[in-house]
Design a protein around this ligand. Structure first.
Ligand code: PAF
Length: 280
């Protein structure tokens, strides 16, 4: 695996590499990231990953400096996953001057995750557009675990006519349903056994919707009550349309239920897609 931090070196390494599939990350890699790398091989000739902890997407209360940096470990995992080229810029490589030009996503950036992380999606969209311009991939893969991020980046790519196919990578789960996340490491053993409830309440909502229930606020409220009565502090449980994460329009069959809740120290997020099949 080639590793480059300077933009000109990276560009030279990616010349004549055929169809480039790009998987951006902030490092601290787990099996969920590695499954994105594995999927990447199915979409092109050369797999390029990046590791960059992007200061722009951290809020003032989110500790940018404490974000785990595990570069050596990450490189070994990427190498084992067959990644061809790793772009690992320093802050000075990517932001040699203050980044005054930024991508401002529409109002959805202030809802769901955005309500609790102001400015987050602006920082994500800005760095991803910049990484796209540097790597110039034909395909880019983002995990469905960060569903709102995937939706914002998919819509940014379409609206700005970027010649890049965006692929959503399936969430990797532990046996009990808990979505893999680096934050799971902060759970105590007791919290770890409780943690699967988040996925459990989402499954219940999907089952109810697929059985015909359309009172979404009632389902969302019941899920919040269940979580919070088991020690969680829930930020939101929301049934939305997959395409734009707006409230479901009657007749739209492609929905997703998303949730964020704190259990002890870590704040966990999860989501499940559902497709309502109409019988004639
Ligand atoms: O999902 C992430 O790790 C980050 O938000 C991303 C897409 C690499 C941008 O910094």
């Amino acid at each position: 695996m080639q590793i480059h931090s300077a933009i000109p070196d990276l560009r030279a390494a990616l010349k004549n590499c055929g169809r480039i599939v790009f998987v951006p990350t902030m490092g601290n890699l787990h099996a969920g990231h590695i499954s994105l790398m594995t999927q990447a091989h199915e979409h092109g000739d050369t797999v390029a990953a990046s590791i960059f902890v992007n200061r722009l997407q951290f809020g003032p209360n989110e500790d940018f400096d404490k974000y785990p940096r595990t570069f050596k470990d990450d490189c070994e995992k990427l190498e084992a996953a067959g990644v061809d080229v790793l772009f690992a810029p320093t802050e000075n490589d990517l932001y040699p001057e203050a980044q005054h030009y930024q991508v401002d996503p529409p109002e959805i950036q202030n809802q769901l995750e955005g309500q609790f992380r102001p400015g987050h999606f602006r920082g994500v969209a800005t760095v991803v557009l910049k990484l796209f311009n540097i790597v110039q991939p034909q395909v880019a893969i983002f995990g469905k675990k960060d569903y709102q991020q995937l939706m914002v980046l998919r819509n940014m790519t379409r609206q700005l006519a970027l010649p890049i196919e965006i692929v959503g990578g399936e969430t990797v789960r532990a046996e009990d349903g808990l979505a893999l996340s680096s934050r799971n490491g902060y759970l105590t053993p007791a919290e770890r056994s409780e943690a699967a409830r988040l996925n459990g309440v989402l499954r219940k909502i999907c089952a109810a919707v697929l059985a015909g229930e359309r009172n979404f606020p009632k389902l969302e409220q019941a899920a919040i009550v269940e979580l919070d009565s088991h020690g969680w502090k829930t930020d939101y449980v929301a049934v939305r349309q997959q395409a734009d994460l707006q409230a479901p329009q009657p007749g739209n069959p492609e929905l997703v239920v998303l949730a964020a809740s704190r259990l002890g120290v870590p704040r966990l997020i999860d989501n499940l897609e559902m497709r309502i099949i109409r019988h004639a």
